[in-house]
Structure formats: structure tokens, C-alpha cells
Write a protein that binds this ligand. Sequence first.
Ligand code: FES
Length: 481
Amino acid sequence: MQSIWTKTCEIEKRDAIHKDMKCNTAVIGAGLAGILTGYRLKEKGIDAVILEASNIAGGQTKNTTAKITSQHGSIYSRLLKQFGSEKAKQYANANQEAVKAYESLVVSLNIDCDFEYADAYIYSLSDEKMLVEEQKTAKLLGLPAEFVSSVKLPLRIKGAVKFTNQAQFNPLKFIKRISSELQIYENTPVKAIEENTLTTATGNKIQAENIVFATHFPFINSPGCYFARMHQERSYVVCFENGAGIDGMYIDFEAGGLSFRNYNQYLLIGGENHRTGENTDGGRYNYIINNANQLFPGIKEVTRWSAQDCITTDGVPYIGKYSTKTPDRYVATGFMKWGMTSSMVSAEIISDMITGRKNKNAEVFSPQRYSVNDVKQTCVDEVKSIKCLIKEPLAPAPVTLSDLSPGHGKIVSDKDGKRGVYKDFDGTVYVVDIKCPHLGCQLEWNPDEKSWDCPCHGSRFDYRGKLIDNPAQKDLKGRTK
Ligand code: FES
């Protein structure tokens, strides 16, 4: 599985770190948020070093649908009720300014990244009233929102909210140019942080006055306790040729609906969101493909991929100080499903904080905010985590190894206890420990991606046990039979 971005753009490799060093700011993570933060810091005269455990844009950045928009589903009606008008306006301003900031970088640096203006739509097949409320709220907050009754999609909609002059691009072509002048070390995982010293897997020490965590999900459990304030969700994308030109970027108002956008001659259709670790039946890509065939007859699959998003308890990213106990550490996480503008917002806020400037939009994103809703949602998440923790030792495993067909994975039980087993088409059997190395929850099989996924905080491993997604930091113990 490979995204259309990795199929169309390759970024030059960088060396791993092999020396000790000192810098003003160490940014951990070379995804879009880390790279843009490094870029903004450089513009402001700060010496920043970016440390990446794998490759530039090798995490979720390569898996996005790359819609640059301040239209984040139907967030504004909710934000107004939950946070009040001042903070809702900060959120709206920060994201609308982020759209403009992309445009400005692309124009000023003449970046060839297939950037184009496109209107963004949230449509509904069943509910016009909620859309009207969302449009009025967004307009009130100063966003370019209008209500329309038809769109260029083969769907019978009740209406849509249109945000004009948003944008779409190829994120890897953009990041390739933006990262070119930055000091980045690839294949350099940070294994420990003590005070202001980071230690890499090779034992090299980096002393930094400031540390920015741009690692998708923060890998340090305490302080901050982000694992108790977020869960992760997966979604799936299929790229087709012979699809129509749909003249915009679209997302369904209802949870679980489909999203659409063009990229050059291709049509990207996404959806099928679910909490990580809750896809034991599979069939997610098939659902998208079946719908695509009905909506756009003659369409042909080019490639498919999936993405993972951090979901915060109150639906707003955590951007700012990592915790009250660590004044020199910063975090950018919980982007919900809106990584393009949230990455730019993170870069603006964190670079302003490090350089002592006031950022007028920062307060709503403060990771130090807490609300009744936070507590409620944390309880829901923790109940799920506890169920997964006690499931590991207690629940019976459903099958034995002899029940397993080639190409399938299952949790099996025998005299050695419960283990995760995958049998490939050659008959080789891969056995892994199914206890998540993060905090010990039981992993679940994801048949669409042949991976072991954790329902608690979203760590993921391939069928051999190799770590794919954090917050876990270790591979699973595994062997072949
Ligand atoms: Fe936290 Fe698995 S990701 S226990």
C-alpha cells in the first residue's frame, strides 16, 4: 500500500546523527508539523535541529488527503457552544491564516507542489438544519462560508456548506522544498530525555534550550499524560483514475461518510473511520471501492492507503507548552483529521512562544486546558483501556493455530498462552506477543492492513511485530514457525 504522494515524489535521504551537539531548539519529528516549526524558527533566527526516527514525512504526512482548509467538518457550531465566541474565533482565525500561510510560502518560494485553490464543502444527505447552523456560525466567526443546495458530486444532498478559496496540494512536493535548507537527521530515534539533554539510539547527546515534540503522539507518558487525553482513529483512502473532475474538496457531515477530492487526473475517495484496534472484521477498502463503482462507473483503482489521527477529548488540538512542569518543552498533537492547517498553526504558535512573541490565537489550543467534557471523554477512553487490559489475561482466545487460513491473522491460544499469529500464503507462520509494549493492553488484528493494533492509545505493529505507529517505542517480541 502506497499513497499517491509517495508514488509521485521522492525526498532526498539525510544522514543519521553521529556526533554530540548543542542547539537552541531540538524538534523531534520530521513530519509536516516538525518541518514547518523548524522552518518558522529558522526564519526567526533560531538554530533548530530536527531529529526523525525514520524518514522525512515518513509518518502520517505521507498518508494525508492533503486538504488545506479551515473547514474542519462541522466544528464551528460545537466550538461556539463549548468554548464561547472568543476562543471559537481564535480557532477560526488560526486555521484561516494557515491556509493563507501555505499560499504565501508556495508563491514566495515558487514551490512546484501542484498547489491549487479549491472550495471546501461539507455536505449532508439527510440534515439541512444542522448545515444551516454551521454555515451561520462559521460566517459569524469571519469565515468565507455560504450555503449551497447542489454540488458537483453524484449524490442527492440536502445541502452543503461551502468555504471559498481553500486549497489542495501534494504535501511531499511541498515538504521536499521546505525541508531542503533545514538541519535534519533521519533514522535518529530519541531514546531518552533528561532535563535539556536528548539521547539518541546511537548514544549521541543533543543539548537543547527548547524541545518540541512533533511526534504525532507524544511518547513520554508523564508529565503531560497525553495517553489519557487522546485516542487514535484510522481512515482509508483509495485513489482512482477515470473518476470525474469534481471541482472541490468534499466531506460528509455525518460520521462515517465519504470524502472526495481530485489530484491532477485522479479522484481520491476516503472514509470508513474507526477507532484504532476496532477493525477485526475488515472490509474497509471494499466498502469505499463498492461505493466508488456505483457513483463513478468505469473508475479504476490506482493505489490505496490508510491514515491514523490523534483525537483529543474536546476536539481541539494540543499545541503549546508540553506541561506546566516543563517550561522549555512544547507539543503539537491531537490534530483530529486536519493535519495540514493544524501543522501550520503549530509552527506559528510554537515558534512565537520560543521567540517570546505573543500569538493572538494560542489560548484555545493550550494543552493545559481542562473541562468537564475532558473528564467525561477521558473516562470513556479509560474504560475502553481497562477493558483491553483485563481482556489480555482473562478472555479466552477464539481459535487455535490449526484454524488459521493462509493470508489471515488471529489471536490463538495453546499451552504457551495467547499469542498473535499470522500465516502468509507460503505457509510461514509469524507469531507475536499481543501485549502492547506501551501500557500492556491486548492488541487486535486488523485484516485490511495485516497489522496488530492497540485499541487503548493506537500503537500499531506489522505482522512480524515491527512498530509502525507510536506511542509505543518498541517492536513486539516475535518469531516465525
Ligand atoms: Fe497504549 Fe497500547 S498504545 S497500551
